[in-house]
Ligand binder design. Sequence first.
Ligand SMILES: NC(=O)c1ccc[n+]([C@@H]2O[C@H](COP(=O)([O-])OP(=O)(O)OC[C@H]3O[C@@H](n4cnc5c(N)ncnc54)[C@H](OP(=O)(O)O)[C@@H]3O)[C@@H](O)[C@H]2O)c1
Length: 255
Amino acid sequence: MTTIENGSGTRELAGKRALVTGGSRGIGAAIVRQLLDAGAEVLTTARSATSTVPEGATFVAADVRSRAGAEAVAAAAHETFGGVDILVHNAGGAQFHRSALAIPDEEWQDSLDLNFLASVRLNALLAPGMRDRRSGAIVHVSTAAVVPPAPIVLHYQAAKVALENYSRGLAAELAPSGVRVNTVSPGRTATPGGEATRKKWASLDLGPGATDTPPLGRDGQPDDIAHAVLFFVSDRASWLTGQVLVVDGGEYPRG
Ligand SMILES: NC(=O)c1ccc[n+]([C@@H]2O[C@H](COP(=O)([O-])OP(=O)(O)OC[C@H]3O[C@@H](n4cnc5c(N)ncnc54)[C@H](OP(=O)(O)O)[C@@H]3O)[C@@H](O)[C@H]2O)c1
């Protein structure tokens, strides 16, 4: 276990209550583990529990695509902790299609619900508590691959672009109360979801992109992304809000 301590020898996030969506595997599980290692209490959620939910975290099964799912997660956060100090919106993903026009209506809705509206709803339920306590940190997990536009995943990109813009707007609204809101945008990361996506890309024979190695010479690991999230929720980022940090081995430079 990595122990992250502050200057007085206490773990950096001791006393903090954190909620992470999609913490049963991949990037979310790494975020949960790093938060626990830093001393936070962690509640996490996914549609079903797995053996890869990190030990020490409290788990609640919920589908965050619906208003009812968001309410169940928020209620669990209130019951378990009485509120949260750290909120990480990590659950996300989408299927690829051969063309933008072939993306079915229900998948557009599904993608918007999972990759955008789940965060909007959960924030509406939990961020007012942060605002009232005049402290808190929210991180949205987007994707480095929002540019250039890719027709086969426009439903995913549109939702993540909306999420990044919303994140900046929420940061502006909550800044006067001391609540910080930032975005981490991963590049290709070795997770079950990421691997499945790249396999599907390869099977559609769409050319390079899924098979390129990022300029830094390797794919990301879940911990690479979790480090960035941990930075944003820690006091080391106490003067940072409304930012988007792209963590992608140099693959998607934003001008
Ligand atoms: N890996 C990459 O290369 C990559 C690149 C760019 C961005 N990202 C972003 O990083 C985040 C994490 O990706 P990942 O690769 O770690 O994904 P992953 O391996 O597919 O894991 C996704 C997690 O979210 C949960 N989840 C999915 N749908 C859910 C729902 N409707 N309600 C509640 N939980 C749900 C999953 O559990 P259940 O399935 O049991 O619900 C799982 O715990 C996503 O937002 C993704 O868009 C990943």
